[in-house]
Design a protein around this ligand. Structure first.
Ligand SMILES: NC(=O)c1ccc[n+]([C@@H]2O[C@H](COP(=O)([O-])OP(=O)(O)OC[C@H]3O[C@@H](n4cnc5c(N)ncnc54)[C@H](OP(=O)(O)O)[C@@H]3O)[C@@H](O)[C@H]2O)c1
Length: 236
């Protein structure tokens, strides 16, 4: 397993949106070195400066902005937080920097990608967005993990409240998943649950439109889930 020290850098590719920035802020507050990536370096710098202003009670000197390519090059672990339509071009643009790295993918294939509803899922040829990422990064040795799909940006932005949700993850490399879980569990309240091989992303990603539908029906922004009744998980 990769040793996680304060110097391990986590890069959020497409980190200027609500999901990526929320993850970046939470991890930076937890003490990790975080790089917020954007297609445009200037936008990343502006977004990071604004985040530091908004969260001036916290020391966010460990959070910086960069162009996605530089962020991918610099980061030891990458987290992909771009819309489905941007997934392929974004990954192709950073592929050369993904070699042997852990790549967490938060992409959810929502119908909004084709002008539809956020509570509907679209089926992808590869089975899931995370498997699509693995296919695009094939040959690089990147260890792709489906992660953060079921954690809403509202929860992430609700600093300093704890996040009352489990983060379901899936991937084919056990060590990579253990490292990913160590990183994710730095966010107060979240418990990471390893659901198994990457193919399980097909199920994990489908939970998100269900939660979005519940948020709409019950006028909330905080729909999430907890897995209960698995004693082995409770002991972790
Ligand atoms: N929002 C949530 O609550 C939530 C929860 C679970 C999972 N997710 C998933 O996380 C991902 C990000 O969600 P989000 O709400 O943060 O998305 P978003 O705001 O629509 O996009 C995030 C970032 O992606 C970049 N981007 C947008 N369009 C692009 C394009 N055509 N090509 C390349 N880059 C583009 C933009 O960064 P730059 O302009 O700076 O390059 C943008 O700030 C999505 O796949 C979503 O399904 C979101």
């Amino acid at each position: 397993m990769i040793k996680i020290g304060d110097r391990m850098k986590v890069s959020i590719i497409g980190g200027t949106g609500p999901q990526g920035l929320g993850i970046a802020e939470r991890l930076a507050i937890a003490g990790m070195d975080v790089i917020v990536g954007s297609r445009k370096e200037e936008k990343a710098l502006d977004v990071v400066a604004k985040a530091k202003e908004d969260l001036s009670d916290y020391d966010l000197s460990n959070m910086v902005g960069m162009a996605n390519e530089d962020a991918a090059k610099e980061g030891d672990v990458l987290i992909i937080t771009v819309p489905l339509a941007a997934q392929k071009p974004t990954l192709e643009g950073i592929k050369e920097f993904c070699a042997d790295k852990i790549v967490m993918d938060a992409t959810v294939p929502l119908e909004t990608a084709i002008g539809g509803k956020p509570f509907r899922f679209i089926d992808l040829m590869e089975g899931s967005a995370a498997e699509r990422t693995a296919k695009i990064l094939e040959g690089t040795g990147a260890k792709v993990i489906c992660a953060f799909c079921n954690i809403s940006n509202s929860h992430l932005a609700n600093i300093p409240e704890e996040i009352d949700c489990d983060c379901l993850i899936a991937g084919d490399d056990a060590d990579a998943k253990a490292t990913a879980a160590e990183i994710i569990d730095k966010i107060p309240g979240i418990k990471t649950i390893d659901c198994g091989i990457l193919e399980k992303a097909r199920i994990i990603e489908k939970i998100t439109p269900l939660l979005i539908g519940l948020n709409i029906k019950y006028k909330s922004h905080y729909g999430g889930l907890r897995i209960t009744g698995i004693p082995a998980l409770d002991k972790e």
